[in-house]
Write a protein that binds this ligand. Structure first.
Ligand SMILES: Cc1cc2nc3c(=O)[nH]c(=O)nc-3n(C[C@H](O)[C@H](O)[C@H](O)COP(=O)(O)OP(=O)(O)OC[C@H]3O[C@@H](n4cnc5c(N)ncnc54)[C@H](O)[C@@H]3O)c2cc1C
Length: 467
């Protein structure tokens, strides 16, 4: 703790991934950090009420893993020691997309596979090990406290549930950060204080998830493979993922977009996997023993709150994580976006002399952090004409190009590597337009079109990917 302190006490509302990492960052800038969590949970890695998505498959992107390791050195090794599975992303993904399998290769990008509760419990343990962080469970924040002008947030009013008696309490702090997720009460609290709500942007995708755990036979050679079968828009709406996780299990999550519903019935679950555009997961489940019930989840729309567009906002109050932007979960960006936002907060705190007015540079900076994953995810959603939302100008042209990128990843590992870097939020989507990649994508498209034409006309030809 050798950075100059910014204040005495900070409060973080919500102790899921965004809240924990934010507390980790604030611990370097405040004498004391208090995490307030409405759930009462023990130290077991299991799904909990406040994070219902914890039942479902959670992929951690390479960028998220790297940044988590900078905040919690050795976290990856701890997770692996506790059963998380690691492998090269290019080698271990059997990924069917746009009519073919992506070409396997050694990418140098290390993936980490585990259940969401296992990841969260390790991040929680590491966070509360910090001497100046306190986690208070069973504390639901009910409203904000302000100074007499109403322009500065000075603390929170909370309720604790104990022995069936609700206790009310006020807690003061120099900075309060809302990490309470998509259902955040910030909008209500801000309106109650006389502020405008941030403009909201929605992309309606009517997504449903169904997840079941299966026993996994461990490969005697230690080989790790995860399977992804992605739907091919605009007609195909069903996808499925099977990831190996701790305790020799598969987590199998199926997805249906635009109200294609996922079944809760075991036979229908299997039928769903049979109807996918590649047989891999159906074949896997034929010989795998189910270990759990099927759990469903509905995700009506991706949602972004543009706090950066507000002209007035109370001092000493910030918002982070899903409370700012909740992405289509299929792209696995939420946790990495939360870490990137926490890293941005760290930089803003380092660069600011005072906590008053911090909200302005902070919301501007996190809007930039959220832009790329939002653009990438909603761009894919807009391949479906029925997806409702504000389409950016030129999106059709862009989507035609990225479709060619997806197809090229089946043959060209240079393009695939560039794509993986974007997918893992290590580079912006525009990097796929750089001349070396653009040329390879176009060449692949032309070669592939010629190959298809020749096949249709019965002409034999060997076509190789660009060197
Ligand atoms: C189905 C699904 C699948 C997903 N898959 C992935 C994936 O593969 N990869 C990925 O990176 N991300 C994924 N995500 C997103 C990921 O779960 C979130 O981005 C991540 O949990 C960070 O969210 P958060 O911490 O901001 O909010 P949340 O995880 O929603 O947590 C909010 C916390 O605040 C607490 N809380 C709420 N209100 C109060 C209050 N008033 N007082 C005190 N505490 C309160 C809640 O109990 C909870 O602990 C998925 C999301 C969904 C819905």
């Amino acid at each position: 703790m050798n950075k100059p302190l910014k204040g005495n006490q900070a409060i973080v509302i919500g102790s899921s991934m965004a809240g924990l990492i934010t507390a980790r960052v604030l611990a370097d800038h405040f004498r004391q950090v208090i995490l307030l969590e409405k759930d009462e949970t023990d130290d077991e890695p299991k799904p909990r009420k406040g994070v219902p998505q914890g039942h479902h498959l959670h992929g951690l992107l390479a960028q998220g893993r790297t940044l988590l390791e900078t905040f919690y050195p050795g976290l990856g090794d701890e997770l692996i020691a506790d059963g998380a599975i690691t492998g090269d992303m290019g080698e271990s993904m059997r990924w069917y997309h746009f009519g073919g399998y992506k070409k396997k290769f050694s990418s140098g990008l290390k993936g980490l596979l585990m259940s969401r509760p296992l990841l969260e419990i390790h991040v929680r343990r590491r966070t509360v090990q910090l001497p100046n962080v306190t986690l208070r469970m069973g504390c639901q924040v009910r409203e904000l406290m302000t100074d007499v002008t109403g322009q500065r947030v000075t603390g929170v009013r909370l309720e604790t549930l104990g022995q069936e008696v609700i206790r009310r309490e006020s807690l003061e702090a120099d900075l309060i950060v809302d990490a309470s997720g998509r259902g955040s009460a910030s909008l209500r609290w801000l309106t109650a204080l006389g502020y405008h709500k941030p403009p909201e942007e929605e992309v309606k995708i009517g997504l449903s998830y169904a997840t079941r755990l299966y026993r996994r036979e461990v490969d005697p050679l230690g080989q790790v493979e995860l399977i992804m079968v992605a739907p091919e828009p605009p007609h195909d709406k069903r996808g499925c993922f099977a990831f190996p996780i701790e305790d020799n299990r598969w987590i199998v999550t199926m997805s249906g977009i635009l109200h294609e519903s996922c079944p809760k019935d075991p036979d229908a679950f299997l039928d769903f996997t049979k109807s996918l555009c590649a047989p891999d997961i159906y074949e896997l489940l034929q010989t795998s023993e189910p270990l759990s019930d099927i759990v469903l989840y509905k995700f009506p729309c991706s949602l972004r709150r543009h706090y950066e567009q507000l002209k007035a906002f109370p001092d000493r109050y910030l918002v982070v994580g899903d409370a700012v932007c909740s992405f289509n979960p299929i792209f696995g960006q939420g946790m990495t976006s939360a870490v990137l936002q926490a890293q941005t907060l760290d930089r803003c705190l380092q660069n600011s002399k005072t906590l008053d007015g911090l909200w302005k540079p902070y919301f501007k900076a996190i809007a930039k952090v959220v832009d790329s994953p939002w653009q990438a995810a909603t761009g894919e959603d807009f391949r479906y004409p029925e997806a409702e939302g504000q389409r950016p100008p030129g999106f059709e042209l862009l989507n035609r190009y990225t479709e060619a990128v997806h197809r090229a990843t089946q043959r060209d590992t240079v393009v695939y590597k560039a794509f993986l870097e974007v997918m893992n939020l290590m580079r912006p989507p525009q990097s796929l337009m750089r001349p070396t990649i653009f040329w390879r994508v176009m060449k692949d498209k032309m070669l592939h079109q010629r190959q298809s034409k020749n096949r249709r006309e019965g002409i034999a030809e060997t076509v190789s990917a660009p060197a």
